[in-house]
Design a protein around this ligand. Structure first.
Ligand SMILES: [Zn+2]
Length: 317
């Protein structure tokens, strides 16, 4: 049972290296992990066609979670008859994307229209619920779902094994590998960021004994077991660093006053500046170019992470 995996850069945020989908050719056809956004759909179609694949040949679309950079074009594939496999919590949002669109508009603000576009609904009969530990057959291969909450509660990594190779498509569970650097950025968006669950998920990924780690944001990061475990260790260290910084900043914001009061807004602004100084210094030390710092760790990213950490802190309070 042989297969071929190709990472396709969909040009998310109009940037090179910002997001991939993974085309898998198996003995019974094609499967795809992640869909890209609705706005990257034309680019993805053209990239698939360059490989001799028409989107309607993708019989199975496997999603790691329903954030729009991963699932935004799910409905486009469903319109061509693909089955869409997603965490059970994600199913209702694919069938009726109104809530998901509203929540993404809240998180992404003016970025939404430019980079996300509207989801097409996925017909109920094609939105297939996946639970932890479930195996599904796609392209004549078996994919095993590993529930990996933390970045989002409804998150799965997908494991594909072949002889001594264990490929894991990790979605956002191992963060973002910033292009041309050694820097791993940790996205902590609202409303489901949960650091404890995330640490547990890292252990689940270690237990899966991966050899090949495929990051949606960063592509292939390892091709043997030693490097894979080393990469997960690095993510764990970065997650801890990020949580320490965000906890401290959130503490100051939450102690400043009521939400939306001027004291709160002032504390939030100050926290974003502090977070920026801290994260950008770390990125520069890891050889991230000034351009990539702007593009991958800009104000929009900082704000999203702080909002996610604040949301988590307030649900615990
Ligand atoms: Zn995500």
């Amino acid at each position: 049972m042989t297969f071929q995996i190709q990472a396709i850069d969909v040009g998310y945020l109009n940037l090179q290296g910002a997001a991939n989908v993974f085309l898998i050719e198996g003995p019974a056809g094609f499967a795809l992990v992640e869909s890209g956004t609705a706005t990257t759909w034309p680019e993805l179609v053209s990239q698939l066609e360059q490989r001799g694949v028409h989107p309607t040949q993708i019989m199975d679309l496997l999603l790691t979670h329903i954030h729009l950079d991963h699932a935004g074009a799910a409905g486009h594939f469903a319109a061509g008859d693909s089955r869409v496999w997603v965490h059970s919590f994600g199913v209702p949002h694919l069938i009726d994307p109104a809530k998901l669109i509203a929540s993404s508009r809240r998180v992404h603000g003016e970025m939404y229209e430019r980079f996300y576009g509207d989801l097409w609904p996925t017909p109920e009969s094609q939105a297939l619920a996946v639970v932890d530990g479930q195996s599904i057959s796609a392209a004549g291969l078996e994919f095993h779902a590993i529930e990996t909450p933390g970045h989002a509660r409804h998150h799965h990594a997908w494991l594909l094994t072949h002889e001594d190779q264990r490929h894991v498509f990790v979605g956002d569970a191992l963060g973002i590998a910033v292009p041309n650097s050694d820097f791993i950025s940790i996205p902590t968006p609202p409303p489901e960021f949960d650091p404890l669950a995330w640490k547990h998920s890292l252990q689940c990924l270690r237990d899966a004994a991966p050899t090949h780690l495929w990051l949606t944001h960063g592509g292939l990061q390892s091709s043997n077991a030693t490097d894979a475990l080393r990469f997960i260790d690095r993510v764990q260290a970065r997650l801890q660093e990020e949580c320490d910084v965000l906890n401290k900043l959130c503490g100051a914001i939450l102690a400043s006053g009521a939400r939306e009061s001027s004291a709160y807004e002032h504390a939030l602004k100050k926290a974003i500046q502090e977070y920026k100084n801290c994260l950008h210094a770390k990125a520069a030390a890891a050889d991230v170019s000034a351009q990539h710092v702007d593009q991958f760790l800009g104000e929009y990213f900082l704000r999203m992470n702080l909002q996610g950490a604040l949301r988590h802190a307030s649900t615990r309070a």
